[in-house]
Design a protein around this ligand. Structure first.
Ligand SMILES: NC(=O)c1ccc[n+]([C@@H]2O[C@H](COP(=O)([O-])OP(=O)(O)OC[C@H]3O[C@@H](n4cnc5c(N)ncnc54)[C@H](OP(=O)(O)O)[C@@H]3O)[C@@H](O)[C@H]2O)c1
Length: 321
């Protein structure tokens, strides 16, 4: 079957590790089923996998991809929840120490077919396209959990989103504005900042700019490049929610500000099946939809990876089959 996969990591030149070609069809363990993939979205996780970050060479060859929408074995339209918990795990699966995402322990979703646990399937509503539905299980679910589950911030609060054009950033802007937060955004170019306003941002700023006033919360996916600005932008008692560190995992801790101004630093990862169900319902009720930058056939996946690596994003990049 056609797949995008990695056979050997390339830490310094991730695109050189990307292969798009033939892979064997999926093996299906007990309690699992197969999905015929119609759309899969690209996440920064896939670039990290090409670099061997979170994916050691001994687990390769590995099909990439953490989310998908497609058809189940009976032809029903489905969305694939991306968090695979250990058999018998109950409760919040993001807290399962042995949880994984597709493409970490089990073959990923960037393929014509993928094997998934039966419990990871949710019905895809007809009003969402396959491409839109494929954006929900990783970037959009992560943004949903950051905002509505982990931040503790009520609508009406002012939040700063670091980054304007990325998958999680655009999800935070759309979800935050629809839910009634005042959304401020930093972006690295005029074009990206203008696009953020069109998505619902109230105000936009250059990366690292001094804000008119301090904010209640910051949504962080960028890491080293913006961390200090995030901490300095918070009101006393404010909260920074972090789900990622695209530019590096070791920022200055700014510990003096954290304790003197009594800040909260909260980690957030993916979301639960129930939260994905709620997110799908929120899309139906409000009409909010993922911002899709481009849709390209999986056979042309390299074009999408290049765009993300170079920062040429304007929302989600989706591969179709
Ligand atoms: N923990 C989880 O469950 C989880 C889930 C999803 C994602 N993540 C993580 O979240 C991060 C973002 O993922 P993504 O898929 O949304 O990636 P993406 O689409 O590539 O977006 C990257 C974002 O980072 C910003 N950025 C990159 N370099 C920057 C710099 N030097 N200075 C300022 N901003 C910079 C970009 O800002 P501009 O718009 O201004 O270019 C863009 O908004 C990744 O680290 C990913 O691993 C974690």
């Amino acid at each position: 079957m056609l797949a995008a996969f990695v056979s050997a990591p390339a830490p310094k030149d991730p695109l050189s590790a990307l292969e798009v070609g033939d892979r064997p069809g999926p093996e299906v363990p007990d309690g699992w089923t197969t999905v015929q993939v119609k759309a899969v979205s690209l996440n920064h996780h896939d670039l990290f996998s090409l670099q061997g970050i979170g994916l050691p060479a001994e687990r390769m060859p590995m099909v990439l991809g953490t989310d998908a929408a497609g058809l189940d074995e009976d032809g029903n339209e489905v969305v694939v929840h991306g968090v695979v918990s250990t058999p018998g795990w109950t409760g919040d699966e993001t807290l399962d120490p042995k949880r994984s995402l597709f493409s970490e322990l089990h073959q990923g979703t960037m393929a014509e077919q993928v094997a998934v646990p039966r419990r990871n399937l949710l019905p895809k509503p007809a009003e969402l396209s396959f491409a839109e539905a494929a954006c929900l299980p990783t970037a959009w679910l992560t943004a949903y959990r950051m905002l509505f589950v982990r931040s503790g911030l009520r609508p009406g609060s002012t939040i700063l989103v670091q980054g304007a054009s990325g998958g999680v950033a655009t999800a935070l802007i759309r979800l935050g504005s629809v839910a009634g937060y005042r959304v401020w955004v930093t972006g690295r170019s005029e074009e990206k900042r203008t696009a953020a306003l069109a998505l619902g941002a109230d105000q936009v700023f250059e990366t690292g700019a001094r804000l008119p006033e301090r904010v209640d919360g910051v949504m962080e996916t960028v890491g080293e490049a913006t961390w200090s600005h995030s901490i300095k932008s918070l009101k006393p008692g404010g909260v920074v929610v972090t789900c990622g560190a695209t530019t590096g995992f070791n920022p200055g801790a700014e510990l003096n500000r954290v304790f003197f101004t009594q800040l909260s630093v909260i980690g957030s990862t993916m979301g639960t099946r129930e939260e994905l169900d709620d997110l799908i319902r929120m899309c139906r009720i409000t009409g909010v939809r993922p911002q899709i930058d481009v849709e390209v056939p999986l056979a042309e996946a390299r074009e999408g990876f290049e765009r993300m690596l170079e920062g040429r994003t304007a929302g989600k990049i989706v591969f179709t089959l």
